[in-house]
Write a protein that binds this ligand. Sequence first.
Ligand code: TYD
Ligand code: MG
Length: 452
Amino acid sequence: MAKAKATAFFCKECGFETTKWAGQCPACREWNSLVEAPATVSVKKANANREMCSSRPLTLSGVNLEDDERTRTGFEELDGVLGGGIVRGSLVLVGGDPGIGKSTLLLQVCKNVSDNHKVLYVSGEESLKQIKIRANRIGEFSDNLFLLCETSIGAIEDAITELMPEIVIIDSIQTMYMEEVSSSQGSVSQVRESTNALMHIAKGKEVSIFIVGHVTKEGVVAGPRVLEHMVDTVLYFEGDRNATYRILRSVKNRFGSTNEIGVFEMSGIGLKEVKNPSEFMLDGRPHDASGSVVACSIEGTRPIMVEIQALVAKSGFGMPRRTAAGTDYNRVNLLMAVLEKRLGMHLGDYDAYINVAGGMKINEPALDLAIAMALVSSYKEKVMDSDTVVFGEIGLSGEVRSVSQAANRVNEAMKLGFKRCILPRSCAESLKAVKGIELVGVASVRDAVNLL
Ligand code: TYD
Ligand code: MG
């Protein structure tokens, strides 16, 4: 007799499981996020789970790491984000907006590693011809790369068993389905079960699998959040579709730190690594314009210089307009309030526009001082020296507070040939005097503005 299918309800946001439907998830309080899906972990899977780990307790020193050497992807930026290369048997989720370059990145990885490794690229979105057209733009491929247009996980598993590749790309998880699961393609339960099956393939056959996942407009991988709990590594590929640079960020990594980012540039022949993002961001900066200030921000462990632009102009209407592109709007309002109150500037009847040039999105408080100085520079029509770099957080009483990794930021400024650095006084005191760059410590916004 066929076993009656047990179903349960899962929260799309947090993965909470319950037997009864409700309008609101009891765990994360999200509305309308519960969806029905088969509940059971089948006996077969439970056994597979058991096979994955050795059944005998071992000492830590008894665990053999020799097989764990990593495969280089041919992109140092990607290797860094992965923690040193691709780990055997790992499952990596690559998320990002449509059209950001996920398929391109992974096809380029295939090209780089297929010189020495057998690679299988499974596409559920594009035909073989379309992949070929893309591949032609990227370059020459070796015969170690195999393509498969397939959406059934069962068929993919058979292909993997037959071919025994070392690296498999699944593009994308939302197009995959399992016959055993009755709901439609792309639904939460399909995505969850397919990922589960891929996890078992990865661990059982020791192949490294990359899964592509599209993100929803809220910025999470479509389908259940649980996906992120299931995989070993989660990478997000982000950037402005209109700007050429792309940032690869790891938000979870079982084999490395999540502090690394990789920077790429989309070109006519695929993605190119950007080894020096600061230079890239500052390219084309005006040298004697008011309202332009260079700031140093930290992404993960990497310093990145950006140009902050401000335009403060007399407002024609009663309600002044304020916009902030690339940074937090509320933070800009807060800084303007500090300038009004502490420096007595009358910004109430001025429009103010802030822009982080280059299309970067930065919400680090260390940008505060640069934003404030850019605003004052534009308001007073005073030009900031183009060889000065600024960083520091501003408090509500107008004090300039210290920020992390000051030495790192100063080094980056020096590397790019900046001559002066305006920074929080406490940071300046803790840093040794460095040759080649003048460190100007400031304790309040007033001190900083007087330097303009
Ligand atoms: P794609 O990898 O298809 O994005 P995703 O898989 O994340 O949806 O990238 C598509 C975009 O990249 C597309 O708009 C065209 C552009 N592109 C280039 O600019 N140069 C190239 O060499 C390639 C292959 C794509
Ligand atoms: Mg794609």
